[in-house]
Every structure is written in C-alpha cells, then in structure tokens.
Design a protein around this ligand. Structure first.
Ligand code: C2E
Ligand code: MG
Ligand code: MG
Ligand code: MG
Length: 278
C-alpha cells in the first residue's frame, strides 16, 4: 500500500512537471510571437506628493495583451523573459513606448514631469545600450533628466562592483537611478554610499503594516533617515491606506506611489490624471 502511494505521488509529480514544462514552452513561443504582433502595452502608475497630491512622476509598467489569454501581468512573463534573454528586447520596447508617450504628452502641453522605467542589470552589460538610449532621447526630444531607471536592490547588490561601473555610465548621460524594492536585497551600506544612485524606493512589504507594526515603522523611518544622510531622494511604493500616507509624510517621505492614489492606468486615464494633478 505504501509503495502504491509513493508511486501515485511520483506520477502526480511527473504530470505536474510535464504540465509546467509545456506551459513554459507554450508561453515562451507565444512571447516570441508577441514581439512581432506588438502585444506589449505600457501602463503608467502616478507618483504624487503625499499631501498636495501633485504629480511628481510616473512609473512605466508593462502588460501583455494576448489575443486569447487576455491581459497578462509582468510577474507571469518577466521571469521567463529574463531566463531566455528576451528581457533585453522587451525592456527596450517599453523604453521606446514609454518615452515616446512621455514626449507626446509634453508636446500637447501637459507636464508629465518624469518617467521611471524598470531595467534589468543585464541590459547595462549590452555594449550598445548607452547609444540606444541616447539616440532614443534625442529622437523623442526628451531630456535625460526627465527619465529615471529603476533597478532592484537584489540585482545591484548581486554584483556591486560591476553595478558601480555601469551606473556611472548612466550618470554620465544624465539619467538618474532609483533602487527598486529597497529593503529586500541585503544592501551593503559601504556600497550604498559608493553607488551613483539618486533615490531609494521603499519596498511595499515594509509599507503594508505601518504605522501599527512598530518594527516595520522603525525600519521605514531608518530608511528615510538613511536617505537624508546620504542625500538621496526617497519614495514609498505600495501605499494603499491613508494612515500609511500620513505616517510617511510625518516622517519626511513625501513622494508616494500606490493604489491609494492610483492603480497603474492606461494612456488615456493617465492623461486625465496629469491634467487633474498638475
Ligand atoms: P515594481 O517595479 O516594484 O513595480 C511595482 C508593482 O507593484 C507593480 O506591479 C504595481 O502595479 C504594484 N503596485 C503599485 N502600487 C501598489 C499598491 O498600492 N498595492 C499593491 N498590491 N500593488 C501595487 P506590476 O505592474 O504587476 O509589476 C510587477 C513587477 O514586474 C515590477 O515590480 C517590476 O519588477 C516588474 N516589471 C514591470 N514592468 C517591467 C518592465 O517593463 N521591465 C522590467 N524589467 N520589469 C518590469
Ligand atoms: Mg519598479
Ligand atoms: Mg518595487
Ligand atoms: Mg518588484
């Protein structure tokens, strides 16, 4: 009987594995087609001042509009894009779309302020990347100071020496960098001081339980102080509640991103948001 059970478990496990492998191959094939069929769409999530609600910038977030599967969120395809190398192409498409939309808003007389774009470290190892971004900005008439790249703390700290070199090149172009998901990636304080970065984004996991959770509240205050002392900007992400917003504002974190103010929204809705919050 015991043996029977074990075998059932194994075959179930096998089946699951096979199913997962097929799903992966299916998704990978679909994704390769998605580039040609232009199925990637850029959404924007506003970043606002905690009290005035005035727009300070926006984050570009990719979505995949698949004809049969519908709307697919990045958590389902970014890891696949990373493991297959497709992330290089995908992130460049997002940059093109986000920056050209930003440019269109400016031309129509709106003030979109600044656009943040997520970037994988491997992108910076591509020799032609700096030329790509420089030409894109020139072509779209967007200045480097209007663009910010977000790189996760985990990735930056994965190889801090290489990160310093790569980020210095971005700095030379005048593009600022924010460390995304800050607090989840074991930053070395020594490196944090040496890295040519401009901003820390406090990860949502620390925001969720403030002000009730005292240790999370202490961590958030510490990160804000750290930014003050290292002369870095700070923004909180994943802010959903008024009392989280109040706590952040009272502790000198004035830049907020989260569902409290807006979900990531499409171009048309973002346009309305810019008009209302300038
Ligand atoms: P991220 O860069 O940390 O982006 C923030 C994520 O949190 C977004 O999820 C956003 O929709 C979500 N979020 C924002 N405010 C709230 C809130 O108040 N509550 C909750 N529950 N969630 C909130 P999204 O759009 O699903 O993106 C997930 C992750 O995928 C991003 O995390 C980023 O790491 C990655 N990603 C998205 N777009 C791109 C891209 O174009 N390139 C690359 N390389 N990665 C991307
Ligand atoms: Mg981000
Ligand atoms: Mg984040
Ligand atoms: Mg994230």
């Amino acid at each position: 009987k015991a043996k029977q059970n074990t075998r059932d478990r194994y075959s179930f496990y096998d089946e699951e594995m096979t199913k997962k492998a097929y799903e992966r191959i299916f998704l990978e094939t679909e994704m390769r087609k998605a580039f040609e069929k232009d199925e990637f769409v850029v959404y924007f999530q506003p970043q606002v001042h905690a009290k005035t609600k005035i727009l300070t910038g926006m984050e570009a977030l990719v979505r995949w509009q698949h004809p049969d599967m519908g709307f697919i969120y990045p958590d389902r395809f970014i890891p696949l894009a990373e493991s297959t190398g497709m992330i290089i192409k995908l992130d460049r498409i997002v940059m093109k779309k986000a920056i050209s939309q930003f440019s269109r808003w400016k031309k129509s007389g709106l003030e979109p302020k600044k656009v943040s774009i997520n970037l994988t470290m491997t992108q910076l190892a591509e020799g032609d990347f700096y030329k790509f971004i420089k030409e894109l900005l020139e072509y779209e008439n967007v200045s480097a100071s209007e663009v910010e790249f977000e790189i996760t703390e985990r990735e930056i700290m994965g190889n801090p020496d290489a990160s310093i070199k790569a980020l210095e090149k971005l700095n030379e172009l005048g593009i600022s960098v924010a460390i995304d998901d800050f607090g989840t990636g074991y930053s070395s304080l020594t490196y944090l001081k040496r890295l040519p970065i401009n901003k820390l984004k406090i990860d949502k996991s620390f925001i969720d339980n403030i002000p009730k959770d005292l240790s999370d509240s202490a961590i958030v205050k510490t990160i804000i102080n750290l930014c003050e002392n290292l002369e870095l900007q700070v923004i909180a992400e994943g802010v959903e509640e008024e009392n989280q917003n109040d706590f952040l504002f009272e502790n000198n974190c004035e830049d907020i991103q989260g569902f409290l103010f807006s979900h990531p929204i499409n171009v048309k809705d973002m346009e309305e948001f810019i008009k209302k919050h300038t």
